[in-house]
Design a protein around this ligand. Sequence first.
Ligand SMILES: [Zn+2]
Ligand SMILES: [Zn+2]
Length: 99
Amino acid sequence: MGEPLNKNSRMECTKHGLQKPAFICSHLQHGVNLGFIEANDNPDPEFPFREAWCHECDTVLMAEGEWNDISEGYAQIMAICEGCLNEIQVRNEHQAHNK
Ligand SMILES: [Zn+2]
Ligand SMILES: [Zn+2]
């Protein structure tokens, strides 16, 4: 991994250029209609990045009650640019009803 993130961290996206990093579960990256749960509680001024995960990860997270080895292991959180996050949100925020 590179340098630790701070609030001024930026990342270079091949599609969106220099952007703030954001964090998603690995399922959302290529997923469609997986649900989109975004962390919006206690924004940390030193870590002002968006984080989101899919419905399945939220189910695991609720079962575990917190982010721990199991829930984090399931989510496999990864860093992407904020522009990509916006596209992923549009693609996933309507959860499929064909379970
Ligand atoms: Zn997920
Ligand atoms: Zn991007």
